[in-house]
Design a protein around this ligand. Structure first.
Ligand code: PEP
Ligand code: MN
Length: 342
C-alpha cells in the first residue's frame, strides 16, 4: 500500500509515519514530489493497522497496491524517473540512441563504428562481448577483451557504453570497463543474475523476455531494484508470436502500457524486434511517436560480413539518414535530441 500525505505535510509528520511503519518491521520508500509526498510500504502489511495509520497527522489517504511489484510501480513513484548513464540522462524530455554492433569483433571495427554512430547523434555505444547465441557453434564474443575495446572506444569518442552480461563473472568484468549493463531477453527471468545486476552498482537495461508479459517483466525489474539499484531502464525488443515475416513482433503497445504502470524509462529496440534492416527506421519513428525515451539500434561497418545479426544491422549511411529523419519526431514528442553533427 501507499500512504499519500496531505499537500505541504510537515517533515515531522512524514517522519512519524515512516518511523511507525519501520518500527513494525516493514520498509518504506519515500517519493517526494513538488506538492505531495508518498510513502510506499514494502513488506508484510498485515502487521500494520490502517486505522492507526490514517489517524497520523497530515495523512491524506491510504491506497492499496495490488500489483506484486512495488518499487517499480508508478503508484510508489508518480513522477517518471530519469536514469543517469555516464553523463547522459535517460528519461522525460530527451531522446537517447544506443547504437553499435551486435558483437564487438575487433578493436578496429568497434572504433570505426563508434566514431560513425557518434557523428550521427548516438549518445551510447552498444556492443556485445558475451553473446548468448542460439547455436553453440556461432561466434560467442570476445569477452573481457571486448569489454576493454568498449572502454577504449568510449574514452576516444566520449560516448557512454553498454554491454550485455550473462553471468556473475561477466558482471564483475563489466563493472571495470562499461557505464551500463544489459540483461538480455533470454535472461530476463534469470533471477540470480537479476540480483547480481542489482548489486553491481551500474545502471541496468532490462530487455523484455521473448514470451514475457508486462507483469513478469516489471517483476524482473523489481528484483534489480529490491537489491538497492533503482537505475533500471526497460527495453521492448519484440515478442514471439505466430508471425514469421519478422524475427519477432514489436509490441509497441507495451510503451504506453509501461508508462502507465511504472516510472522507469522505456526504450525500444527495432533491430532485434524485426530482424530486417528495412523495417528498423519506420518502427524507430513509431517508437518515438508513442513515447519511448530512447532507441537501441544495431549498426555495422559491413553488415554482409557481420559475425552476428548482419541482416538487421544498418550501414553508417542508413543510420545517418535515420537520425536525420528522427529529429522532427523528437521535436513533436517534446524531446531534446542531439541529432547528427553535420
Ligand atoms: C542484443 O542486444 O545483442 C541481444 C542479444 O538482444 P536480445 O536479448 O533482445 O535478443
Ligand atoms: Mn544482436
Amino acid at each position: 500500500m501507499i500512504i499519500v500525505m496531505k499537500p505541504q505535510a510537515a517533515a515531522e509528520s512524514i517522519k512519524a509515519v515512516t518511523e511507525y511503519i519501520e518500527h513494525n518491521g516493514l520498509n518504506t520508500h519515500l517519493s517526494q514530489g513538488t506538492e505531495v509526498t508518498i510513502i510506499g510500504i514494502v513488506g508484510d502489511k498485515s502487521r500494520l493497522s490502517t486505522e492507526n495509520l490514517v489517524s497520523f497527522k497530515d495523512v491524506d489517504r491510504i491506497v492499496p497496491v495490488t500489483e506484486s511489484y512495488k518499487l517499480a510501480n508508478r503508484k510508489f513513484h508518480p513522477e517518471p524517473s530519469s536514469v543517469k548513464v555516464g553523463n547522459i540522462s535517460i528519461g522525460p524530455g530527451s531522446l537517447n540512441i544506443m547504437a553499435g554492433p551486435c558483437a564487438v569483433e575487433s578493436k578496429g571495427q568497434l572504433m570505426e563504428i563508434a566514431h560513425a554512430v557518434k557523428a550521427a547523434g548516438a549518445t551510447i555505444l552498444r556492443g556485445g562481448a558475451y553473446k548468448p547465441r542460439t547455436s553453440p557453434y556461432s561466434f560467442q564474443g570476445l569477452e573481457e577483451e571486448g569489454l576493454r575495446y568498449m572502454q577504449e572506444a568510449g574514452e576516444e569518442t566520449g560516448l557512454a557504453t553498454i554491454c550485455e552480461v550473462v553471468s556473475r563473472e561477466a558482471i564483475e568484468a563489466a563493472v571495470k570497463y562499461v557505464d551500463m549493463i544489459q540483461i538480455g531477453a533470454r535472461n530476463m527471468q534469470n533471477f540470480i543474475l537479476l540480483k547480481e545486476a542489482g548489486r553491481s552498482g551500474l545502471p541496468v537495461l532490462l530487455k523484455r523476455g521473448l514470451s514475457a508479459t508486462v507483469e513478469e517483466w516489471l517483476n524482473a525489474a523489481e528484483y534489480i531494484i529490491a537489491e538497492g539499484n533503482p537505475n533500471v531502464i526497460l527495453c521492448e525488443r519484440g515478442i514471439r508470436t505466430f508471425e514469421t515475416a519478422t524475427r519477432n513482433t514489436l509490441d509497441l503497445s507495451a510503451v504506453p502500457v509501461l508508462k502507465e504502470k511504472t516510472h522507469l524509462p522505456v526504450i525500444v529496440d527495432p533491430s532485434h524486434a524485426t530482424g530486417v534492416y528495412r523495417y528498423v527506421a519506420p518502427l524507430a519513428k513509431a517508437a518515438v511517436a508513442c513515447g519511448a525515451d530512447g532507441l537501441m539500434i544495431e549498426v555495422h561497418n559491413d553488415p554482409a560480413h557481420a559475425l552476428s545479426d548482419g541482416p538487421q544491422s544498418l550501414t553508417f549511411e542508413k543510420f545517418g539518414r535515420l537520425t536525420e529523419e528522427l529529429a522532427p519526431y523528437a521535436r513533436l514528442a517534446a524531446r531534446s535530441f542531439q541529432g547528427s553533427e553535420e
